[in-house]
Write a protein that binds this ligand. Structure first.
Ligand code: TXA
Ligand code: MG
Length: 314
C-alpha cells in the first residue's frame, strides 16, 4: 500500500486528481492549496464553482490552521469526534482560497479516520479538497468500483480501501456564526453533538451558508424514485403492477411476487446507511421504470438516512 500512497501523494503535488476512501464515502481529492488543481476537480465533477468544497486534514491542528477563529465549541467537537465523520464550518484563514470556499468567508474542515485517507494525508503533508467521488447531484460512491463507474476518466488514480464503514456523508456543523448549527445530518447525530457541546444546537437560519447537500434533489438515482409509507407499499406496488410497469423496491419486508427487483434492507439505521448508496445504484441499474422506497421509521436514529432518501426521491 505504501507505494501506491506515495504515488497518489505525488500526483496530488502535480495538480492531478486522486480518489480515496474515507469512512463516510469515497472522495475525489485535489491539492486544496492549488487553484488550478481545484479547478480541475470542479470540472471533473461537473460542479458549479460557487459551491464550497470540504478540505481534509490529517489532524485537528493542521485543520484549525485554516480557520482564523477556533471557538471553544469547535475544540470540543474536534476532541470528541476527530478523526471521524464530522465536518466543521469555521471562519476561514488566508490559507483557504476563494476556490475552495466558493467565495464565502467560511471553510469546511474535516479529519477523516479511514486508514488509507490518513496515510494519504500524512504522505501528502498538506490539505486535500475532496467532494464525494460521484458526479454532481448523483448517488455517492462507497466503493472504489463505484468511483470507477462514475469517474474512470477524470480520476488519475483511485485508491482502494474497501466499502466505506459509515456509508453516508459526514455530519456538517456550522460554527462560523457564534452558535452551533446542523447543516447536514449524518452518522453523528444531534444528541451526540449536544452531549459533546454541553448545549443545544441552534435552529438552521434561512440564510444558512450554501451547501450542495442542501439542494432538494441530490444523492439521486436516474430512475425516478418515490418514498412510500410502509402501510401504503402494498397498494403502491399493486398500482404499478396493474399498469404493467416494472418497479424496483427497497424495503424492510420480504419480497412481493409482483415485483421484479427487490432489495431487503436492515432494520438498524447504521447498517442501513452503510448499504444505502450501493443499494440505490443497484436498483438504478435494474432498468425499471420506477424505484419505490419503503420509508424508514420517523425517530431520530433515522434522521440522516431519511434525509438522503427524501433527496433521492425529490
Ligand atoms: O463525508 C463527507 O463529507 C465526504 C467525504 C469525501 O469527506 N465529502 C462530501 O463532500 O460529502 P461534498 O462536496 O459532496 O459535500 C460537501 C458539503 C456540500 O454540501 C458543501 O456545500 C458543504 O459541504 N460545504 C463545504 N464547505 C462549506 C462552507 N464553507 N459552508 C457551508 N457548506 C459547506
Ligand atoms: Mg456530494
Amino acid at each position: 500500500m505504501t507505494d501506491v500512497v506515495a504515488r497518489a501523494a505525488q500526483l496530488l503535488r502535480e495538480g492531478r486528481l486522486v480518489a480515496f476512501p474515507t469512512e463516510t464515502v469515497y472522495g475525489l481529492g485535489a491539492d486544496a492549496s492549488s487553484a488550478a488543481a481545484v479547478a480541475r476537480l470542479y470540472a471533473a465533477k461537473g460542479r458549479p464553482d460557487d459551491h464550497p468544497v470540504i478540505v481534509h486534514f490529517a489532524d485537528a491542528a493542521s485543520a484549525f490552521a485554516w480557520a482564523r477563529e477556533v471557538p471553544e465549541a469547535a475544540r470540543k467537537l474536534a476532541a470528541r469526534f476527530w478523526p471521524g465523520p464530522l465536518t466543521l464550518i469555521l471562519k476561514r484563514a488566508k490559507l483557504a482560497g476563494d476556490f475552495v470556499t466558493g467565495g464565502q468567508d467560511t471553510v469546511g474542515l474535516r479529519v477523516p479516520s479511514h486508514p488509507v485517507a490518513q496515510a494519504l494525508l500524512r504522505e501528502f503533508n498538506g490539505a486535500i479538497a475532496a467532494p464525494s467521488a460521484n458526479r454532481f447531484g448523483e448517488v455517492s460512491a462507497t466503493t472504489a468500483a463505484h468511483v470507477r463507474e462514475d469517474l474512470a476518466k477524470e480520476a488519475d488514480l483511485v485508491l482502494e480501501g474497501g466499502p466505506s464503514d459509515i456509508g453516508i456523508e459526514s455530519t456538517i456543523v456550522d460554527l462560523s456564526g457564534g452558535q452551533a448549527v446542523l447543516l447536514r445530518p449524518g452518522h453523528i447525530g444531534v444528541a451526540d453533538l449536544e452531549a459533546a457541546l454541553g448545549e443545544k444546537l441552534a435552529a438552521k437560519a434561512a440564510d444558512a451558508p450554501r451547501h450542495s447537500g442542501g439542494l432538494e434533489r441530490h444523492y439521486a438515482p436516474r430512475t425516478p424514485a418515490q418514498l412510500v409509507e410502509p402501510h401504503e407499499l402494498d397498494a403502491e406496488i399493486g398500482k404499478w403492477h396493474a399498469k404493467g410497469s416494472e418497479v424496483a423496491v427497497l424495503a424492510f419486508s420480504r419480497p412481493d411476487e409482483r415485483v421484479d427487483y427487490w432489495l431487503r434492507m436492515p432494520k438498524d439505521p447504521a447498517a442501513y446507511a452503510q448499504k444505502l448508496y450501493a443499494a440505490l445504484r443497484e436498483l438504478d441499474s435494474a432498468g425499471c421504470e420506477r424505484i419505490l422506497i419503503e420509508a424508514p421509521p420517523a425517530d431520530d436514529s433515522w434522521t440522516a438516512v431519511r434525509d438522503r432518501l427524501r433527496r433521492a426521491a425529490a
